[in-house]
Design a protein around this ligand. Sequence first.
Ligand code: LLP
Length: 417
Amino acid sequence: MHHFHYREGELCAEEVPLRDLAERYGTPLYVYSHATLTRHIRRFQRAFGDDVLVAYSVKANPNLAVIAALAAEGAGADVVSRGELQRALAAGVPPERIVFAGVGKRRDELELALARGILQLNVEVEGELELLDELGRARGAPAPVALRVNPDVPADTHRYIQTGNKADKFGIPLEEAPAMFRRAAALPGVEPVGVACHIGSQILRLEPFAEALARVRQLVLDLRAEGIDLRRIDIGGGLGVRYRDETPPTLEDYAGIVRKAVGDLGCELAAEPGRVILANAGVLLTRVLYRKEVGEKRFVIVDQAMNDLQRPALYDAFHDVWPVKEATQRIPADVVGPICETSDFLSRDGDVPDAQPGDLLCAMSAGAYGRSMSSNYNSRARAAEVLVRGDEAFLIQERETLESLWAGERIPGFLGG
Ligand code: LLP
C-alpha cells in the first residue's frame, strides 16, 4: 500500500504531481511519501503491540528526515556503523531506543555507543565481546550486550541477502552460543541482556522466521535453566515486500508467529524492520533522454543509472516502471542508464512505458536500499531527495554538487598541484 497514484492522468506523490517536483528539483530524484512511511510504521507497531521496540533499520534509508519522521512515531533505530549511530542521534532518536548491530565494530564506535548510553550492542564475534568487557570495566558500567546467533536456517531470498546459513559470516553458530553466553555472563565488563537473530532480507514466507525463532526459544530456555536469564529477544528484520506480484505475509501474521514462538517467555521484544517500512514509500523519478533500436531490441535511455539505484545490477532486482503521464502504452524494451556497463539497467526485457525523450518515468518501490546504496560511479553526483506530505514537498537532501566529488582530492606537487 502506498500513496503514489494517478490524478487527472498524472502520477502524484500524495497530492503533489511528480512532474512539478521534476521541474523544481531536477532528475534523477528520490521522492518519498510521508503518509506511506508513517502508515507502515504505525501498522507495524499496531501488529506487534506497544511493548515491542520497533528499531527502524537505518541502512534502508538513512536520511535524517526519514529517521526523524519515524522517531516521531515512537520508532527507535537499528544502526550498524558510527555514521548511522550519529545520524540516529542527530535525528532525535533517544539512545535508549538504539540497537547497534554489525559484524565488526571498531573501538571508537563501541566507545561512542557506551558513552551515549544506547540500549544494546549486538555482538557476533568473541573478540568484540572481549573489547566491550575491557571498555565496560574501564567505564565502571557493564556494556549491555545481546549475542547474535546464526540459527542455520536458509531464507528463501537472493543469496547475497541471506544471512542465516551456517556458512555465512553472520552470528555465532547456535551450538557455540551457550558457551559464549556463559563467557559473557562471567565477564565483569559486559552484561548479557539478550539474544539477536536476523536471517536475511526480502523474505516472503513465514516458515524460516518460525524455524529460526523456535531455535532461539530453545536457547533462551536452555540458558535460563543454567541461571542465565535473558530479558530481550531481538528478532531482526527481513520481512519482504511486493515489488512485482509477490504476496508477502501480513504484518499481523508475522507478529502472530513471533508471539507464538517466543511470546510466552516473558522477554521484551525488539524488531529491526527496514524494507517493509520504506521500500514502497519511495520512488526514483527519472527523465527519458533518448530512444534507441538495435535490431529487434528497444532501449529507453534514462537519466538515472546504476549508481542511483544499484538493486537491479547487484541483485537482478525488479522495480516496476511507471509513466508519470498515465495514458502511456507499454512495450517490451530495456530501460537503461548512461553508465558504461551492461549491468546498468533499470528494467531488462520488461514491459515498460513507451516513453519518448523528455517524458518522465518512475522506478517504483525504491524507498529502501535505493539512495542509501547509491554511489558516485562515473563521477555522477548523487540524487536529491524530497519528502512529500499532503500537498507540500520538502527538499530533504540537496543534489550533490560535482565540485564536492573532488573537493577532497589532491594533485601532488610533482604533477603540478
Ligand atoms: N537487521 C539486520 C541485522 C540486518 O542485517 C538488516 C538488513 C535489517 C535488520 C533490515 O532488514 P530489512 O527489514 O530491511 O529486510 N541491500 C539489500 C538488502 C540488505 C539487507 C541488509 N540487512 C537490498 O537492496 O535488497
